[in-house]
Write a protein that binds this ligand. Structure first.
Ligand SMILES: [Zn+2]
Ligand SMILES: [Zn+2]
Length: 426
């Protein structure tokens, strides 16, 4: 009893740092193994098996094949809240050009979004939590999610009973590597942090014919040009200047020769914003612009552009402000004030957002893990180099400082939410 009282009074980071230091060489080896053997979305067979085995060895109750190759590991440790820690597992169809000795051995596939770092931190955190069972009360649910890049994984795991077959979390946590923050730091943003994503494909029909006789045609190239420009006016004229939103047309394809007016042009665009209402306004406005321009060109309603979603939609990511404030303070205690940075919002997306949007809502928080050597961050700030971005063939995190920083912060976060005194509040 005296031991328990003493333990509860310790700062979150005490005990964690020692375990992390002892386990870092093993974690780096795991990271390198994962990096060498990347698997694409929905194909995470070996990766998920490896992670399931790691959790079983730590004493978790493990279930595999949840929503595809998803893994769920549960550890119950008395009465208290349920905390979920999520990693993603999938890699990208990119040829690695980093030249690191542990580069991908699978041609054309690379962990270029740092999900190998996420998995390693997740395993390291599971290890800390399992070894410090006398320091917390409650339940931890470690989730390894497939298919984040395609936006399918979180949805598939939820549909397969993640919150009904397993303990429903009171809090859900995740991190994501940053290709701009220095290794040894973390960053956070309270409230809306990451954008919703809708990728759309639009088939713009016309009536094709000879380039010399445009009067006998309805030219879809001219129509598409008008649509592209009108789409750009939606943001500037219909959305408040204080509200971030983007419509970017990333692809436009049509026609084959200079003297043929084609009968169809294809557009691909990405739509990003934060508020659900703004998202709905943008989607409605895109349809209105397409139909209106097609009508003006003389097409009938049956010939109006056909708009389809290209892949899954990502909801915007909301970091619960109370939870974020609490964990930011835990991070400062763990790493020191100067290693915890407040970040602006970003218009990238994360399907981790889906977990927080279940009813009733679950407080969620995702934070950023610095992975770049501080000298390179300084050189980039001085304009001497450009840091390789995520999803680029040259992105290479500094595993040495980054992984222990991730494990320390995530472990401290989990322990802070599972303190016996918090149990009394419920
Ligand atoms: Zn990614
Ligand atoms: Zn990612």
């Amino acid at each position: 009893m005296i031991f328990c009282l003493h333990a509860a009074a310790q700062p979150q980071s005490s005990g964690i740092a020692e375990i992390v230091q002892a386990e870092t060489p093993e974690l780096i080896a795991l990271y390198q193994q994962l990096h060498q053997h990347p698997e694409l979305s929905e194909q995470e067979k070996e990766t998920s098996r490896l992670l399931a085995d790691e959790l079983r060895a730590l004493g978790f109750d493990v279930t595999e094949r949840v929503g595809g190759y998803g893994v769920v590991g549960v550890m119950e440790n008395g009465d208290g809240p349920v905390v979920m820690v999520r990693t993603d597992m999938d890699a990208l169809p990119i040829e690695e050009l980093t030249n690191v000795p542990y580069a991908s051995k699978t041609p054309g596939v690379m962990h270029a979004c740092g999900h190998d770092v996420h998995m390693t931190v997740w395993k390291g955190t599971a290890s800390v939590v399992s070894k410090l069972r006398d320091r917390w009360r409650g339940t931890v649910v470690f989730v390894a999610q497939p298919a984040e890049e395609t936006g399918i994984g979180a949805k598939a795991m939820l549909a397969d009973g993640l919150f009904t077959r397993f303990p429903r979390p009171d809090y859900a946590l995740a991190l994501h590597v940053s290709s701009t923050l220095p290794a040894g730091t973390v960053g956070y943003h309270a409230g809306m942090f990451l954008a919703s994503i809708d990728n759309l494909h639009i088939a713009v029909k016309g009536r094709g014919g000879h380039g010399a006789a445009p009067q006998q045609t309805i030219d879809p190239i001219v129509l598409t040009s008008k649509i592209v420009l009108s789409l750009q006016s939606i943001i500037s004229r219909e959305i408040a200047p204080t509200e971030p939103a983007v419509i970017s047309v990333g692809s436009i394809h049509g026609g084959s020769r200079s003297n043929i007016i084609p009968s169809e042009v294809e557009l691909a665009l990405t739509v990003r914003t934060f508020e659900d209402q703004t998202r709905q306004h943008l989607l409605n406005a895109i349809k209105r612009v397409c139909d209106g321009e097609a009508h003006a060109a003389g097409l009938t309603p049956e010939e109006y552009p056909q708009i389809k979603h290209d892949g899954e939609f990502f909801p915007s990511m909301y970091n619960d402000p109370k939870l974020t404030a609490q964990l930011a303070s835990v991070f400062r205690q763990t790493l020191g004030e100067q290693h915890v940075l407040e970040l602006p919002r970003e218009l990238v997306g994360e399907d981790f957002a889906r977990y927080g949007r279940e009813q009733p809502p679950i407080p969620t928080m995702i934070y950023s893990l610095g992975t770049v050597h501080p000298d390179r961050v300084a050189a980039a700030a001085a304009g001497q180099l450009i840091l390789p971005p995520l999803h680029g063939s040259l992105y290479v995190p500094e595993p040495g400082p980054s992984i222990p920083t991730g494990v320390k912060t995530m472990s401290a976060a989990v322990l802070s939410l599972l303190q016996p005194k918090q149990t009394d509040r419920r």
